[in-house]
Design a protein around this ligand. Structure first.
Ligand code: CTP
Length: 451
């Protein structure tokens, strides 16, 4: 196939040469399309020699062929790697001030964008907004990796390895998504109950086919998140939580039994992942950012009727990932201070995107883990969270050291928004019972029935 490889002007431009080679070796015809600034990092002869195509940057070259239109029409896939903050902004704005941006505007093929920049630029609201806009256009934006950046610093914003971008790009072209891996070279998990990894027998994508089942959710697609995210700090340590994944897996089971097609996005779990079966797709993720990417990919690739956010998502992650183990200084008595940064609120983002008319499920279900306090009871906190998150349903669990986490039993209140009213159903029993009750409520919800 013919791939246009757009290259932005960042230090990671050298990795584009490796990506070009990977595509060429797989038999694809790659047209390199660097920006002017990209050529300040890697010279045109490198791209020309590797691709066998002349490098063109401006719409004022090969004018007689109306090059930007010709390239756009002939492309089967456009991959932009690395995409700088500036290039993201230009693409989001629909600018056409060079050959690459002009070509993206004329093309109708899948577009895959792999951003790379410093963490501060990546987390800046302007960049976040541009990424949302690009995803709204239907482009695939590959989340940057966490790891060493240009200088001595590290954090989110590193260009993923070329093989990872290749897989994401070919999967987007094939209309599928790559398996979400833990990007082992930059996001190691700890020993012990290690989270899902690329080499873990249960990691990756499993989408067995099979006949659609009958039931109250027959013909419906449900995306379920389960388990707890892990936020790496150094090669041996992470910030995690006590979620076992049992409740989310029980929800997936109940939805499958009710006839739904289920995509289960699994963060770290203390129990084995469900076995393969017809109608069930499993993807494994490590961090909150990976879960976010997997949620939006699952919602974008096929319309979903419901999203059930059972996963315990870390609200914060270490601001910097250390490439080598943090050592203690035997002479010193002080301890290192870990700076945390906020993770995105995935549930709230999905709700917001639905409000803006983006691809979003008819029914959005959140789970809340509350301990209660002297100021507010668990039920009061649950009602407040239903309002603040804006989901249609919220399942409120009381949690504590011996309550709910890891147990097969649970006590919860399911809050369902009915117009301006909130209906409350208490459920005590097994996590399977709660899952079945939730699925019954979902199946009878008017928004599900209208679809
Ligand atoms: N959630 C999310 N993204 C986050 C945090 C939570 O999507 N960064 C989702 C969870 O999957 C769950 C719901 O939001 O469905 C509520 O999670 P909970 O941890 O109880 O709430 P928080 O928003 O984190 O609020 P707080 O911890 O401050 O009570």
């Amino acid at each position: 196939m013919r791939i246009i490889l757009g290259i932005g002007g960042g230090i990671a431009a050298y990795k584009a040469a490796m990506l070009l080679r990977l595509f060429s070796e797989a038999g694809h015809d790659v047209v390199p399309m660097p920006t002017d600034s990209a050529l300040r990092f890697v010279g045109a002869p490198t791209f020309e020699a590797l691709s066998g195509h002349p490098v063109r940057v401006s719409v004022f070259e090969d004018v007689e062929t109306v090059n930007h239109v010709r390239q756009g029409e002939q492309a089967d896939l456009i991959v932009v790697a690395p995409a700088t903050a500036d290039l993201l902004a230009r693409l989001a704005a629909g600018r056409a001030d060079d050959l690459l941006t002009g070509t993206v505007l004329t093309a109708t093929c899948p577009v895959v964008i792999a951003p790379a920049m410093h963490t501060q630029m990546w987390e800046n609201p302007a960049t976040r907004r541009n990424v949302e806009i690009l995803r709204g256009y239907g482009y695939t934006v590959v989340e940057p990796a966490v790891g060493r950046l240009t200088g001595r610093d590290s954090g989110a914003g590193r260009l993923p390895e070329p093989a990872e971008i290749r897989d994401a790009a070919l999967a987007a072209h094939a209309g599928t998504r790559p398996r979400a891996t833990a990007r082992t070279e930059v996001r190691p998990q700890t020993a012990g109950h290690a989270g899902p990894r690329a080499d873990d027998e249960r990691a990756g994508d499993r989408t067995p086919g099979g006949p659609r089942r009958e039931g109250p959710l027959g013909g419906r697609r449900v995306v379920v998140t389960a388990g707890g995210t892990r936020e790496p700090l150094d090669p041996v340590r992470f910030l995690g939580n006590r979620s076992s994944g049992k409740q989310g897996i029980a929800v997936a089971r109940a939805a499958l039994d009710a006839g739904a097609e289920v995509t289960l996005l699994l963060a770290h779990t203390e129990v084995p992942a469900p076995a393969e079966e017809a109608g069930l797709t499993i993807r494994s993720v490590g961090t909150a950012l990976e879960l976010r990417e997997a949620v939006f990919a699952a919602l974008a690739e096929q319309p979903a009727d419901a999203l059930v956010m059972t996963a315990a998502v870390a609200d914060f992650r270490p601001g910097a990932y250390r490439e080598s183990k943090i050592k203690k200084d035997p002479e010193a008595t002080d301890a290192p201070v870990i700076e945390l940064v906020r993770n995105p609120d995935i549930l709230r983002e999905v709700v917001q995107r639905r409000g803006e008319g983006g691809p979003a499920p008819a029914l959005i279900v959140g789970f809340a883990a509350e301990t209660g306090s002297e100021e507010a009871s668990v039920a009061e906190l649950g009602r407040a969270k239903l309002c603040s998150k804006g989901s249609d349903v919220l399942v409120v669990n009381q949690v504590g050291t011996d309550l709910v986490f890891g147990s097969d039993r649970t006590a919860a209140t399911i809050l369902v928004r009915r117009g301006s009213e909130t209906e409350e159903t208490d459920v005590a029993g097994g996590k399977d019972d709660l899952a079945r009750r939730l699925v019954e409520l979902m199946a009878s919800h008017p928004d599900m029935r209208r679809r």
